[in-house]
Ligand binder design. Structure first.
Ligand SMILES: [Zn+2]
Ligand SMILES: [Zn+2]
Length: 301
């Protein structure tokens, strides 16, 4: 029997998740409804659940200072049960899709889910963390890993960049900035945002409003004001910026590699765009509206 411990589950998922636009995200407000479950709860954590097929009494867990009455359950346990069942179902479907045969005896495929209530109860700042242990008889460890990876994609609504808090964004940015190249790019963006905000004070004299409207363009990397975006604001080139062989400059160049980012910056006019033949310091050939990295472009004509 192969066993995998996915720990802590949601955190593991998060580590591999946010990549802008790289992941299908389901709009749960507009997606077609497949099934609706209903439960009526009275008495909060010490109350009673009355669902269509579920009638259970709740008790506060002893660890949370409650009675922990025998025969009663709690929200975390219900969540663990539902999550585990869904994950196993996602594993079965994923295995079938990949041509991997899961055991036919149900006891040979076991998902153990532990849901932790974490955070600070006094500050009402709490969340859930899920640990999972998956055991499947008859699968090699690599096969099981494949099934689990696929099942995660199906069963988990992984957090996207849009979902994260300011604090989480800072933490992620700090971690990314351990890479010197990313740090210098981030600093560059920050400086552009700052200087642009200073250049465009709003009528009330507060900088805040202007900053909120600022975006960074996916095509030209420039900071722009969403309110001033128009269909020729962004001029960019679709092609590649290659060393210009016609000028003869590079024939005598003996300081190492020619085709480098540094040379593009130092000698922009010695490079030529493959799309239009314009030089590196000339305007782009494809006028269009700027497109924001962060928000969907709000520009309409
Ligand atoms: Zn642009
Ligand atoms: Zn061009």
């Amino acid at each position: 029997m192969s066993a995998l411990r996915l720990q802590p589950f949601l955190r593991t998922a998060m580590r591999t998740a946010p990549r802008i636009g790289a992941r299908r995200s389901l709009n749960t407000a507009s997606a077609p409804t497949l099934y609706s479950a209903h439960a009526k709860v009275v008495g909060a954590r010490k109350g009673h659940v009355d669902g269509e097929n579920l009638k259970v009494d709740l008790t506060m867990a002893k660890a949370l200072g409650g009675e922990g009455d025998q025969g009663k359950t709690n929200p975390e346990e219900l969540f663990a049960a539902g999550y585990g069942a869904c994950f196993q179902s996602a594993m079965n479907a994923s295995a079938a899709k990949m041509g991997i045969t899961m055991p036919t005896t149900i006891e040979d495929s076991v998902v153990e889910t532990t849901v932790h209530l974490v955070g600070d109860m006094k500050a009402l700042d709490m969340g859930l963390r899920v640990d999972m242990k998956v055991k499947v008889k008859g699968l090699a460890k690599e096969e099981l890993q494949k099934v689990v990876d696929e099942a995660k994609k199906v069963s988990l609504k992984m957090p996207t960049i849009e979902d994260i808090s300011d604090k989480q964004a800072r933490i992620i940015l700090h971690a990314l900035c351990k890479d010197a190249e990313i740090e210098s790019k981030a600093t560059e963006y920050l400086e552009s945002l700052h200087s642009h905000a200073k250049l465009t004070p709003d009528p009330q004299g507060t900088k805040r409003k202007a900053e909120e409207e600022l975006e960074i363009c996916v095509h030209c990397d420039a900071v722009f004001d969403m309110a001033e975006n128009h269909d020729e604001a962004c001029t960019w080139h679709q092609g590649d910026l290659d060393p210009d062989e016609r000028c003869g400059f590079w024939d005598d160049y003996d300081e190492g590699l020619v085709d480098t980012e540094e040379n593009r910056e130092v000698y922009p006019d010695m490079f030529v765009w493959s799309c239009c033949g314009r030089l590196g310091d000339e305007d782009g050939c494809r006028p269009q509206a700027h497109e924001a990295v962060y928000k969907a472009a709000r520009y309409r004509d």
